[in-house]
Design a protein around this ligand. Structure first.
Ligand code: GP9
Ligand code: MN
Length: 406
């Protein structure tokens, strides 16, 4: 009801206010937006060499001319890729169980595509899978997408199929052709697929060998990540030759983890650690976030952050005011950001501690420490999750005046 909305509103209003980074506000005003969901990509592969070979040579290069957030955590739950999509477009948390894309596809959302549409943007999403998969065909219009390029829009043959479907290289090549025909400025989202569990890749498509450990999953992950990296390189080349690079802002993010806790032993080997504990496990939930604005130098950023932070960040870069929005994230470039990221399972990360499975860890040592160190953030973390949930469960944004105007 309206009262429930008022409660949530007063909570969000007291969240730390963005002291906007004036230098970057509007830095990409009027630009096309290009979002790339990088399937199962975790940060541990960035800048990593295995047997002397880089796992992500292109991303490593791109990062040098971008804003790269190395302490950016995924906040997804059971909805996996779809959860990441939801968080990034709404600055809300996904649900504690199930997937918003299924259970709440008829809600009102103050999502980035809905907001940008009012400002003359054309929102389109590209994903070479079926319309009905993850209920995308219903959820995308709710989120404000005007056009969904799905499997039926692509030329998919036995030859260009890997694992789950169209390979990422062909996906990007075909997508850029479609992108050329869209009205500008566009808000576009590309969802990759090749680096999906169980990470199948035939020998002829491998650009680096499999890893050697007791986990077939981790072993296979390395060449499929390398393949996606190659596809991204080709994507940027294609964007340049299509003349779509210069006036676009690129936001590349890892959607969620690819390697689960079941592979901790092999992961310890890869990371050169004796053992992986739950502290390390939380740190492995970091996914790359790369914001690339052509012509801008960028920077490596240590900001403790999560996927909920993307919506306000992007809107501010586009010069769009976010006052009055019910965002659970904060501009990543704000000067006064509190260092706190909350994961969907209630774990949280601050500049000094990691809280998970009811234990407080010290970041300096990775060891269990005094519960009191984490105490000040515990209630705040739970509140953020539950207030966000109440918006989704109660479809509260339908009562918001801003949303009514959307
Ligand atoms: C497939 C995409 C990826 O359409 O959603 O699958 P997921 O990572 O969500 O299992
Ligand atoms: Mn995924």
């Amino acid at each position: 009801s309206n009262d429930d909305l008022a409660t949530v509103e007063s909570f969000v209003k007291q969240l730390p206010k963005d002291e906007n980074n004036k230098k970057l506000f509007g830095a990409a005003k009027g630009y096309n937006v290009v979002l790339v969901s990088m399937e199962s990509l975790q940060s541990f592969v960035i800048d990593r060499r295995i047997e002397g070979q880089e796992v992500t040579p292109y991303l490593n290069r791109l990062i040098k001319e971008s804003f790269y957030f190395e302490n950016f955590y995924h906040q997804t739950g059971q909805g996996k890729t779809s959860d990441a999509e939801f968080i990034i477009d709404t600055s809300l948390f996904p649900l504690p169980s199930g997937a918003v894309f299924f259970s709440n596809a008829q809600n009102v959302y103050d999502s980035t595509p809905n907001i940008l549409k009012k400002l003359g943007y054309y929102p389109a999403v590209f994903h070479a899978n079926n319309r009905s998969f993850w209920n995308r065909g219903n959820m995308y219009p709710t989120m404000g997408y005007e056009r969904f390029f799905s499997s039926s829009d692509y030329n998919i043959t036995e030859d260009n199929t890997i694992g789950w479907g169209l390979n990422d290289i062909s996906f990007f090549r075909q997508s850029v052709e479609k992108l050329r025909g869209l009205p500008q400025p566009f808000y576009s989202k590309f969802i990759t697929l090749t680096n999906h569990y169980p990470f199948n890749l035939s020998e002829k498509n491998r650009l680096i060998p499999e890893y050697a450990s007791g986990s077939m999953t981790l072993n296979r992950y390395i060449p499929t990540v390398r393949y996606m990296d190659e596809a991204l390189k080709i994507f940027f080349e294609e964007m340049k030759s299509a003349g779509l690079y210069e006036h676009s802002i690129f936001v590349l993010y890892g959607d969620h983890y690819g390697i689960s806790h079941k592979h901790h032993k092999a992961m310890a080997k890869l990371l050169g650690k004796g053992k992986i504990n739950w502290y390390d496990h939380v740190q492995l939930q970091r996914v790359p976030l790369i914001i690339h604005i052509p012509g801008m130098k960028g920077k490596r950023m240590g900001t403790i952050s999560g996927q909920v932070d993307l919506k306000p960040t992007l809107l501010h870069l586009l010069g769009v005011n976010t006052d009055g929005q019910l965002n659970f994230g904060l501009d990543l470039f704000a000067g006064n950001r509190p260092e706190l990221a909350v994961l969907r399972d209630g774990s949280f990360i601050t500049d000094r501690n990691v809280f998970t499975k009811n234990r407080c860890y010290d970041k300096a040592t990775g060891m269990v420490t005094e519960p009191a160190d984490c105490e000040p953030f515990k209630e705040e973390a739970v509140k953020r999750l539950t207030y966000s949930d109440s918006i989704v469960y109660g479809d509260l944004l339908r009562f918001a005046n801003r949303a009514k105007k959307l």
